[in-house]
Design a protein around this ligand. Structure first.
Ligand code: HEC
Length: 174
């Protein structure tokens, strides 16, 4: 009976002791900014992102004037290893790109797209194409297009103009 009592008291002391020790080890000063403020900054940075995105797409329309489909043909050499652009061109590593602008994303029936591209469900507008070509893996998470992207907006504008020539139904430039 005594032994049981002693061991209970001992355990209590032990537990209390451990609590104190962990308090000391993991002493954690109160956070200086509240969670609410953190949320506010996230929202704010999202907003700047959207606005910089739209100004970027605004740029692409403006940049069409400063370049040409002929320049785009040169840029397309970076794509040609994986893509044909000619009418009735075959799929290569990537799908055939004749008439790609304006058509639904992931819509070449004979090509096996990644799940991400197959499910993306948009149209290849100038803005979509500009965003995708900037950094494909960021624009469509899970795409299997292993291409780092075209950093230069002018190169993107040029290659988009070139693709807009290789089609039966070019998108209007205004
Ligand atoms: C290393 C090979 C490779 C290179 C280089 C490459 N692509 Fe791709 N591309 C692919 C693959 C693979 C896909 C299919 C992506 C998927 O299914 O997720 C694709 C998909 C696309 C699509 C979507 C087509 C559709 O039918 O929806 C476009 C547009 C595209 N590429 C344009 C380009 C352009 C423009 C360039 C050059 C600036 C380029 N690609 C460079 C491999 C490549």
């Amino acid at each position: 009976m005594n032994k049981i009592l002693v061991s209970i008291v001992f355990t209590v002391i032990l537990v209390l002791g451990i609590n104190k020790v962990t308090d000391i080890i993991f002493y954690n000063p109160a956070p200086q900014t509240s969670a609410y403020q953190v949320n506010v900054t996230t929202v704010a940075s999202n907003e700047t992102q959207t606005s910089s995105e739209s100004s970027q797409t605004g740029d692409i329309m403006a940049l069409f004037a400063s370049t040409s489909a002929t320049e785009g043909a040169k840029v397309f050499k970076k794509c040609a290893a994986c893509h044909s652009i000619a009418e009735d061109g075959a799929n290569k590593i990537g799908p055939a790109l004749w008439g790609v602008l304006g058509r639904p994303t992931g819509s070449v029936a004979s090509y096996k797209y990644s799940k991400a591209m197959a499910a993306y469900g948009k149209n290849w507008s100038f803005e979509e194409m500009n965003g995708f070509l900037t950094k494909p893996k960021d624009w469509i998470k899970g795409t299997k297009m292993s291409f780092a992207g075209l950093k230069s907006a002018k190169e993107r504008a040029a290659v988009i103009l070139y693709m807009n020539k290789n089609t039966n139904s070019p998108l209007p430039l205004q």
